[in-house]
Design a protein around this ligand. Structure first.
Ligand SMILES: CC(C)(COP(=O)(O)OP(=O)(O)OC[C@H]1O[C@@H](n2cnc3c(N)ncnc32)[C@H](O)[C@@H]1OP(=O)(O)O)[C@@H](O)C(=O)NCCC(=O)NCCS
Length: 131
């Protein structure tokens, strides 16, 4: 069953950063969260494309609030637009923080994935509604 988060789409990943993911400020590295977003977007894009995809672009990234050790990080994804061979996935990252389980917007971005054929070249997407 796909767990949904309303307008944010489905929760694709729920993960806790580790000590090794901390930067000099004591916050979590931006690269760590970019990686989690790429993984989550890739899972959704692979399903929609019904096969291999590659990340071709990351647009409109916004780092809203620092991620802290102990945060439970949820990565939401939803299809934003689709072209002939590419799909743009909006990805929102939210922390559940502390005993009060406060929900905090962390990061948001749009990742574009291209469906690939056996030669790693762009492949037309399946018809919408086929999945
Ligand atoms: C993905 C890849 C095969 C695309 O090849 P390409 O020759 O650029 O392909 P095209 O120019 O035909 O573009 C393919 C699609 O990507 C889209 N695209 C290309 N560059 C883009 C960009 N900067 N932003 C948004 N979309 C882009 C095109 O609009 C097109 O979409 P459409 O068919 O829906 O209209 C090639 O760029 C590649 O292999 N890149 C490396 C991918 C990679 O290693 N990613 C990281 C690890 S997954």
């Amino acid at each position: 069953m796909i767990e949904t988060g309303g307008d944010r789409g489905e929760v694709v990943l729920r993960v806790m950063p580790r000590l090794a993911d901390i930067n000099a400020n004591g916050h979590i590295f931006g690269g760590w969260v970019l990686s989690q977003m790429d993984i989550a977007g890739g899972i959704v894009a692979h399903r929609l494309a019904q096969g291999p995809v590659a990340t071709v672009a990351i647009e409109s990234m916004k780092f809203i609030t620092p991620i802290l050790l102990g945060d439970i990080v949820s990565v939401y994804a939803r299809e934003e637009r689709r072209g002939r061979t590419s799909i743009a996935i909006r990805i929102d990252v939210v922390a559940t923080r502390g005993i009060a389980q406060q929900q905090i917007e962390l990061t948001s971005g749009v990742y574009t994935f291209v469906a690939l054929d056996a030669n790693h070249r762009p492949r037309p997407l399946p018809q919408e509604g086929a999945v």
